[in-house]
Write a protein that binds this ligand. Structure first.
Ligand SMILES: Nc1ncnc2c1ncn2[C@@H]1O[C@H](COP(=O)(O)OP(=O)(O)OP(=O)(O)O)[C@@H](O)[C@H]1O
Ligand SMILES: [Mg+2]
Length: 278
């Protein structure tokens, strides 16, 4: 189902310098879309349109059929939850626990339910031991997890995660990947803005590459993330598996395709061995 539809979106912060130059993109429920591309490409600017924080100067954005110009940020937030690139832009309560409870209150969750939900998300994000501390006393990675916990607590239909793995250690990155996959299985739509190609390879169904305020390539992750030229043009590097497969091909190994994930590479190699290749 189409959750967010951006149609020919144009935007400029100062009315002079264009930042989005006609972006059209669809976000679907039950799917993970990775939005990637160089610094300053317009990724954060675009996703701020998905929650109504910015409105197009030309074109339109529909969130579950509602034009973002005709809805308040609070109304849109119930359907689309956003975790900002910089968590300090969304944390303001005096304690970690209050941060989550405040969000739940804002979303109209009754207090007795809010308490149980808050306890559960703080445990899930390994933040329960900090419940009485100020969010500002947390490390950068912990603050990002708190912002994620707050937004997930009220269970919006679409999650927009701007650089969710930035500053996360390997353990937490894997946990976020599992979380994103779990959200998708529950039918949520997930947009991840990321420079992390390995993370995108693990979680994304579709990838949109942005450059200069435009979507320059969009398609299934298995196609876009294995396309060396498109990836280089977006100032990214190929994920390790397609990079390794490309080297094998250069060395004359006859792979039928460039796989994205380890399982695909094993299958190629086993097929070659079974076929009696040297
Ligand atoms: N509040 C603002 N006022 C004026 N210009 C802005 C503002 N926010 C962003 N810009 C400019 O808009 C352009 C796109 O910025 P944006 O933050 O959307 O890029 P991005 O793709 O998210 O980059 P990054 O990968 O660094 O997060 C940049 O040139 C940036 O300088
Ligand atoms: Mg950004």
């Amino acid at each position: 189902m189409e959750a967010i539809v951006a149609e020919d979106v144009h935007f400029s912060y100062d009315g002079l310098q264009p930042v989005l130059n006609g972006v059209s993109l669809v976000v679907r429920t039950g799917e993970v879309l990775a939005l990637m591309g160089e610094n300053g490409a317009g990724k954060t600017t675009l996703v701020k349109h998905f929650v109504g924080l910015l409105k197009p100067r030309r074109g339109r954005v529909l969130v579950f059929g509602v034009d973002t110009r005709e809805a308040t940020v609070a109304q849109l937030a119930r359907r689309v939850g956003m975790v900002f690139q910089n968590p300090d832009h969304q944390l303001f309560a005096e304690t970690v626990e209050e941060e989550v409870l405040f969000t739940l209150r804002n979303m109209g969750v009754p207090p007795h339910e809010a308490r149980a939900i808050c306890d559960a998300v703080l445990r899930e994000f390994d933040l329960a031991r900090y419940r009485d501390r100020s969010p500002y006393s947390l490390s950068v990675g912990e603050r990002k997890r708190l912002a994620l916990a707050s937004v997930l607590s009220y269970d919006p239909d679409v999650l927009v995660l701007d650089e969710p793995t930035a500053g996360q250690d390997y353990f937490n990155k894997s946990k976020i990947a599992r979380l994103v996959n779990g959200l998708k299985r529950r039918g949520k739509g997930v947009v991840v803005v990321t420079h992390d190609v390995e993370f995108a390879a693990q979680v994304a169904d579709r990838v949109a590459l942005m450059a200069g305020g435009r979507v320059v390539r969009e398609g299934p992750a298995a196609e876009v993330l294995t396309d060396a030229q498109a990836i280089a043009a977006a100032r990214l590097t190929l994920p390790q598996i397609p990079a390794a497969a490309a080297i094998l091909r250069e060395r004359g190994v006859k792979l039928s395709r460039i796989p994205l994930l380890p399982g695909g590479l094993y299958a190629e190699v086993i097929a070659l061995l079974d076929g009696g290749a040297p």
